[in-house]
Write a protein that binds this ligand. Structure first.
Ligand SMILES: [Mn+2]
Length: 325
């Protein structure tokens, strides 16, 4: 697989660290400030140049910007306009040879944790979630049926353009994968549901972001999930991540300190034919000693260890180290 890192700011320290660790490809987060025009090649080129100047080639976009995606997920009045913009964005991504779009289908409440300071090994701090500590952030409600309707409405509308421009739509599981948070239903919460979402309409451009730990806390059989999606060529992107606990009560861990045999997972991707071109990135790293918790799960220093660990496993399984013996 292709080692990448998640770089929201090509001029920031995380970009510098990644490049120093030998990472040459970036998963990029688009500015969602109302000023950046997602359909403008000119805007994209300026952003692309900043990544190039840092020594990084963008290969994936994550997530689908909220200003486009919220109404699509909620089925709001602006969804058709958002879909139109997104289709134009595919043409731009095609032009810049950015092939993967990682998206999720969590309405109103996205990635959610109840603590940013769970104590992991040696006092490192990680994020955690406990359902009994969770309070809904607002008075939102949506049903499961409505979400499925909105999901397929969206997929049917964008898939022809994704195929035409060869953009791979990589569905990320809900995190945490619970059927409901407050009155907000969630649907991408099990292997069966996600399989329905990506196989309900057959397309080589519709697949998954294999966020390992999400499947793990769903209680799914991870090897079965990896084999199933890999054999159908539906793993477009991998989030390399581990956790401890279950979907009701869990915390992130160092990559070597969770419930999963990460080396075995890597061998499985390889043996099931997940190719060298498929981007992989580390996810949710601890805040380390001397480091403020700034952006929980995405602080800088913990990434160094995580990227090194990932590179070691990639080289051991996929080869590609420098030099000769
Ligand atoms: Mn993830």
């Amino acid at each position: 697989m292709l080692i990448t890192d998640y770089i929201a700011d090509p001029k920031g320290i995380i970009a510098e660290y990644a490049v120093q660790c030998g990472v040459k490809h970036a998963v990029i987060r688009l500015p969602d400030d109302g000023l950046f025009d997602f359909a403008s090649l000119e805007h994209w080129k300026a952003l692309y140049d900043d990544y190039s100047a840092a020594g990084l080639k963008p290969v994936a976009v994550e997530p689908l910007p909220n200003s486009l995606h919220n109404e699509i997920k909620e089925g709001g009045p602006g969804r058709d306009r958002a879909i139109e913009t997104l289709i134009k964005m595919f043409a731009v991504m095609d032009e810049l040879d950015i092939r993967v779009l990682c998206f999720n289908f969590m309405a109103y409440i996205g990635w959610t944790r109840t603590t940013a300071a769970f104590t992991e090994r040696g006092g490192a701090r990680v994020t955690g979630f406990k359902l009994s500590d969770f309070t809904p952030p607002g008075d939102f409600a949506i049903s499961e049926d409505r979400l499925w309707e909105n999901y397929f409405y969206f997929i049917k509308a964008v898939l022809p353009a994704a195929e035409r421009h060869n953009i791979k739509l990589a569905l990320h599981p809900d995190d945490p994968p619970l059927p409901k948070l407050g009155n907000v239903s969630r649907i991408m919460i099990s292997f069966d549901n996600i399989n329905r979402a990506v196989s309900g309409i057959e397309s080589p451009n519709l697949g998954v972001t294999m966020c390992q730990a999400c499947y793990r806390i769903m209680g799914e059989d991870l090897p079965r999930v990896i084999r199933h999606f890999a054999e159908r060529r539906k793993i477009f992107f991998v989030h390399f991540r581990d956790v401890a606990g279950d979907k009701y009560d869990f915390h992130e861990t160092f990559h070597d300190n969770g419930m999963t045999d990460m080396a075995a997972a890597m061998r499985l991707y390889h043996d099931c034919g997940v190719g060298r071109e498929v981007p992989i990135r580390v996810d949710h790293v601890p805040a380390m000693a001397g480091e403020e918790i700034g952006n929980p799960g995405y602080d800088a220093i913990g990434r160094l260890y995580a990227i090194g660990y990932l590179r070691g496993l990639l080289e051991a399984v996929y080869g590609g180290g420098s030099g000769t013996l």
